[in-house]
Design a protein. Structure first.
Length: 527
């Protein structure tokens, strides 16, 4: 005779909410957008367009615009601002640059801290001065609260806001060709200034020497989504320009983040995602770069990473030090063998040789500062002493080993190609290169302006036109860092009878209103 199982009775006070319901109730139902772009790109214009879209498409009514310039103006003070010449907009802009630097001097994230304080204040205002009430999640049309930050200028500002707001944060990078930005500044903001003054202003905005200064170039490539604001909104005849697609692209981003529509990646987004995956394979001590070569229909032909080449073809990678039959394959990547960067070490040796060869330099007492100064010259931009093959070259050579044709192909690369890779890209017949991160050392345009162009308007494919050039342009669309979140199926897309019906995520994919320790207590049934 079997012994009855011990039955544990559950008291009413022991019953807690299902975990999934608790998570949904704790969802903040907020989206924090920020824009970043070089001066003249139109970040405020893009922020305006985004505000109109979320108001229309998401029925959002609680929308807060937070301008970094207003925070800086408050730091400067009304009296100081009143003393600035009202008609000299460039002088005023420089004053704001100085004040922004001063804010970041003690803490590079100080401006982001003040932005988060503004977000907190706006939230309290939306909820009558109280903490945000629990959103009613079972109402499918419950509109999120939207915050739009215009604009960020330093990488630490992105890191703080992204670390604080997690997946509720989305950074939009505003792409715009340099000549267009210069023309806009000459025509509008800086029309009383000289071209050289404007170019100096643009250079400071992009990459200031101070570690706490403006570094838009370093901030830009951290974006989740890129949109091109180069084409004018209207033509010379004042009719809508069909090439201006900012509203369409931002609308697609809103659809992605809201989950209102089924959106899947474009070929260029998939290409850059593969390039990002290849980038992560690199163990180079200097930088990680990835590349993906695709055909005209977006099929991946080959990928490449910057890594030490391996005899027999390809590059070294994790797992290559394992036994292969009776043969042991050693790993000769830099971090496994010499444990130093051969390019950096050789640069230093060359600089030391220059100092010894020139008596005036040899007499300088502080050799460390002298070496540092000389490395800021072209000597510090030497590339040829690295052991690693570059990612672009690895992709092209992988295609060659497989017998794949590269004529008319597109190359997606995480960082702008150096001048060494550029000449091989042209030779291989690649017709278009898309990149995210800049590479100031590259002299590709300077050396190969006959074969390369960076202006998309009027571009002709070199594989179809004898006068065509290879197009090098900034990537636009969903960045690799947003790719999984944007395109992973996280909810039901049909009902019980098979008709299409987009549901809510099974589990919240956004920001929780409480800390993880507080949520742990609630999961246990504690108050």
């Amino acid at each position: 005779m079997s012994v009855p199982a011990h039955v544990i009775s559950i008291k009413p006070e022991d019953v807690r909410k299902p975990a999934r319901l608790l998570f949904n109730e704790l969802e903040a139902n907020e989206l924090i957008f920020a824009v970043v772009g070089p001066v003249g790109s139109g970040t405020t214009f893009v922020a305006d367009a985004l505000e109109n879209l979320v108001r229309k498409e998401l029925n959002a009514t609680n929308i807060a615009r937070i301008k970094a310039s207003n925070i800086i103006a408050e730091f400067i003070g009304a009296e100081e601002l009143a003393r600035l010449e009202p008609n000299n907009r460039l002088t005023r802009a420089r004053k704001f640059q100085d004040a922004g630097d001063e804010l970041r001097k003690q803490d590079e994230a100080e401006l982001a801290v003040r932005i988060s304080s503004s977000i907190k204040a706006a939230r309290h205002g939306f909820h009558g001065g109280k903490e945000a009430a629990t959103p009613v999640i079972d109402e499918k049309k419950a509109a999120p609260t939207i915050y739009i930050v215009d604009s960020l200028k330093h990488p630490t500002e992105v890191e703080l806001l992204r670390g604080l707001y997690r997946e509720a944060f989305c950074l939009i990078g505003v792409v715009c060709e340099e000549r267009t930005r210069l023309q806009r500044l000459q025509d509008e903001k800086c029309k009383d200034s000289t071209k050289s003054q404007i170019l100096e202003f643009m250079a400071r905005d992009e990459d200031e020497d101070l570690s706490w200064g403006q570094k838009v170039a370093e901030t830009f490539h951290l974006a989740d989504f890129f949109v091109d604001n180069t084409p004018p909104r209207v033509t010379q005849d004042q009719v809508p320009n069909p090439d201006w697609v900012v509203n369409d692209k931002l609308g697609r981003l809103v659809d992605i983040l809201s989950g209102k529509k089924i959106v899947r990646p474009e070929p260029s987004e998939t290409g850059m995602f593969h390039a990002k995956g290849a980038q992560l394979r690199s163990s180079c001590l200097s930088r990680q770069v990835g590349a993906a070569l695709t055909d005209g229909r977006g099929n991946v032909i080959a990928t490449g990473t910057n890594e030490v080449p391996m005899a027999g073809g390809g590059v070294y990678g994790s797992g290559f030090d394992k036994m292969d039959g009776d043969q042991f394959e050693p790993d000769h990547r830099c971090h496994q063998t010499n444990q130093y960067c051969s390019n950096s070490r050789t640069q230093t040796k060359i600089v030391e040789e220059v100092i010894k060869a020139i008596p005036q330099l040899a007499a300088v007492v502080d050799k460390a500062d002298l070496i540092k100064a000389l490395k800021k010259t072209a000597l510090g931009r030497l590339l040829e002493f690295s052991r690693a093959v570059h990612a672009e070259m690895d992709a092209l050579l992988t295609a060659a080993r497989q017998g794949a044709c590269t004529v008319g192909a597109k190359l997606f690369v995480t960082t702008f190609p150096c001048h060494y890779c550029a000449r091989h890209i042209v030779t291989a017949g690649v017709e278009e290169v898309q990149y995210i991160e800049p590479y100031p050392k590259s002299r590709a345009f300077e050396l190969h302006s006959d074969a390369i162009q960076q202006i998309a308007s009027g571009w002709k494919s070199p594989s179809k036109n004898r006068n065509g050039k290879v197009l090098f342009r900034l990537f636009t669309g969903v960045a690799p860092r947003l790719y999984r979140r944007a395109f992973m199926k996280d909810r039901k897309l049909k009902n019980g009878v098979g008709d299409m019906e987009i549901g809510r995520p099974m589990w919240t994919t956004g920001l929780l209103r409480e800390s993880y320790t507080s949520v742990e207590n609630k999961l246990e049934g504690s108050p």
